[in-house]
Ligand binder design. Sequence first.
Ligand SMILES: [Zn+2]
Ligand SMILES: [Zn+2]
Length: 140
Amino acid sequence: MEFSVPIPLDQDGFVRRECPTCRAQFKWHHGPINDDAVSAAPAVSYYCPLCGHPADVDAWLTTEQVEFVRASAMPDLLRSLESEFKGLSITDSPSAPPALTESNDMQMIVPPCHDFEPIKVPDELAGPFHCLICGALFAV
Ligand SMILES: [Zn+2]
Ligand SMILES: [Zn+2]
């Protein structure tokens, strides 16, 4: 079974992420921002802007997003169990959770080495930060 769950973007098209290593949250841009980004080799891993540790591209869901995906999947999962096992009827099935929202917080920064991959980091941090693509440190 596959679920497609809408993860919200902020007004600039950024999606909130959480580092699996340091648990800090930041945002990256959803989808390529220009032709350079389109022609760049697809990434297999990204570097955390805050701690610099790399992780697989799909390893960056925030705690809230994981919870949301889990809660969104539950009604469908129960329905399919019900249809699969005759005699099983689930009366107290949970409903889908309210959609996530994404506020327009954080400051946008652009790594000089990969300027087609802007990121957003918490306002209170002054850097230096790591490039998402190559992990190089840069000051803002
Ligand atoms: Zn990190
Ligand atoms: Zn870079």
